[in-house]
Design a protein around this ligand. Structure first.
Ligand code: 2AM
Ligand code: CA
Ligand code: CA
Ligand code: CA
Length: 262
């Protein structure tokens, strides 16, 4: 009952945050840079995160919160209930395109993913899963994922990882791209994760994400039988930045054995 209650509140707040984001389209954005000139944040990212934190603190004062924009708590352990919030995932798309971004909210208990919510605000598509209770787009049930292989797969990956970079030997990635049916890059990890969950793409690989980027998406993908790990096949940890590799069953093993670990 308690999780149903948390889920109801979380979905309601995500929808309300979506209304705020939609109404921001008619206002001037206040844009600043963070770690580098292309790492941008807006007043809306901050306002939406603060909105969630205020609601959670009032309704569930014992829960802890990790948010990208830093208004939540510092986390050094996973005990209890933790909300991982990315108020706008795909900020560059939000600024440049006013589409291809999402709100991402993952809720964990003692390190185990319980609720994942990703809201594609512009398309009014709310993806959610509760552990063991299935996954949905709006109120529509999402079917479980079937096995596939690299030759039939569309892989979500950013072109950066097929060029010389400091996180992976790109010579492992080039053959994967050559053998796959196609590749896509959407610029929002949360959306790419739900695209795997809905079978629009078959796998998604990123060499560097933060816990709020993947927390919700991996819950939804795993609920449908997809496999989530880092690029070495190790379990993801919500306290750490890491690479993220999710794929349909079978395909995950194939890419790991034939490409990433080769
Ligand atoms: P963001 O828009 O919330 O920052 C872009 O390829 C994807 O990677 C987005 O999901 C983006 O999330 C995420 N990302 C993670 N770390 C990033 C960084 N340092 N700079 C830009 N995007 C980052
Ligand atoms: Ca960001
Ligand atoms: Ca993000
Ligand atoms: Ca963000």
């Amino acid at each position: 009952m308690e999780w149903e209650n948390i889920n109801t509140y979380a979905k309601q707040w995500v929808k309300e945050a979506g209304v705020k984001i939609r109404s921001s389209f008619s206002t001037a954005l206040n844009i600043s840079s963070k770690s580098n000139a292309n790492d941008l944040v807006t007043n809306i990212d901050r306002d939406v995160e603060k909105f969630f934190i205020e609601k959670i603190r009032k309704t569930f004062p014992q829960h802890r919160i990790l948010g990208e924009e830093g208004f939540g708590d510092e986390l050094d352990h996973t005990n209890g209930v933790v909300w991982l919030i990315d108020p706008i995932d795909g900020t560059l798309n939000f600024i440049h395109q006013q589409r291809n971004f999402a709100i991402s909210v993952g809720i964990y208990e003692n390190g185990i993913g319980m609720i994942g919510i990703i809201y594609d605000v512009v398309h009014n598509e709310l993806y959610c899963a509760m552990k063991g209770k299935g996954a949905f787009i709006n109120e529509q049930h999402i079917p479980s994922l079937n096995e596939t292989n690299v030759h039939k797969a569309i892989i979500g990956i950013n072109a950066t990882w097929a060029t010389e970079n400091k996180r992976i030997d790109y010579r492992k990635i080039v053959p994967l791209i050559q053998n796959a049916r196609g590749t896509r890059s959407y610029g929002s990890a949360a959306l790419e994760l739900v695209y795997v969950a809905t079978g629009r793409i078959d796998a998604y690989i990123s060499m560097r994400l933060s816990p709020w980027d993947f927390a919700a998406g991996v819950i939804i993908v795993e609920e449908l039988g997809g496999v989530a790990s880092n690029i070495l096949g190790e379990k993801l940890n919500i306290l750490e930045k890491s690479s993220v590799f999710v794929a349909k069953p079978g395909l995950h093993q194939e890419i790991l054995n034939q490409y990433l670990l080769k």
